[in-house]
Design a protein around this ligand. Sequence first.
Ligand code: HXC
Length: 257
Amino acid sequence: PHYHNIITESHGKVGLITLNRPKALNALSSDLFHEVNDALVKYDDDSNIGAIVITGSERAFAAGADIKEMSDQTFAQVYKSDFLGHWGKINDIKKPTIAAVNGFALGGGCELAMCCDIIYAGEKALFGQPEIKLGVIPGAGGTQRLVRAIGKSKAMEIVLSGRNFSAQEAERWGLVSKILPSDKVLDEAIKLGQDIANLSQPAIQAAKESINAAFELSLKEGCHFERRLFQSLFSLNDQKEGMSAFVEKREPKWTND
Ligand code: HXC
């Protein structure tokens, strides 16, 4: 498909989505976000793809929702169109998603990164939820995902002050899984995606589904859900293959069924 605000290209089994509105520091206009949704769904439906990486530029992952697009909107308009309601799409993607973040990841940019399953950050990446300084609050899950990732006191400090935080803070707090030299972030994210894509895809899908269930269920229900999913994997050829390969001291050949 022909996109105007993003570039898509696959690297082996990894689908790469590059946000590409350089003049606006990749501000997430509605058009851009609809294209991201479209690309995500296409990769999720593509059986040759096993993981998805989202990245921006060296200067900005994304500097937030498009403030120029939002500034004149009325309550009636944003309410009737359920503005930002379309953000849910990324949370329904079954395949693993990795954010490769350099530069600014602010507002909706930070929220988009937090919607991904894993965040790799360049050493100069800068995160933040500056919405309070615009007279609003995060609107795409920022208050909810930040508090789950880094706890109440830090989430409150960040959202109420609107101050940015560094890649080093983000990594220390557990929001980011790894910090890398800026020019290595994307390569390493693709490499991680490739490693994941080379494993049994139904097992990967179950693992992601089970971890995400932890955000919705009690510990007892979550462990029950996990155990049932675990048991269900014994219906797959990949379970037989994985375990017999171990016993026979050879590499497994996954067939994804
Ligand atoms: C629209 C934006 C933008 C944004 C930057 N630009 N961020 N346009 N929406 N969020 C545009 C600028 O207007 C400018 O265009 C160009 O990008 C370059 O930006 P500069 O400000 O000149 O660059 P710099 O001085 O380096 O400052 C970078 C910056 C600053 C610190 C990131 O741009 C900034 O504070 N941006 C806004 C960050 C923010 O508040 N984000 C939260 C948005 S609200 P022109 O044409 O003027 O040169 C939000 C709500 C979440 O995200 C709801 C869920 C989606």
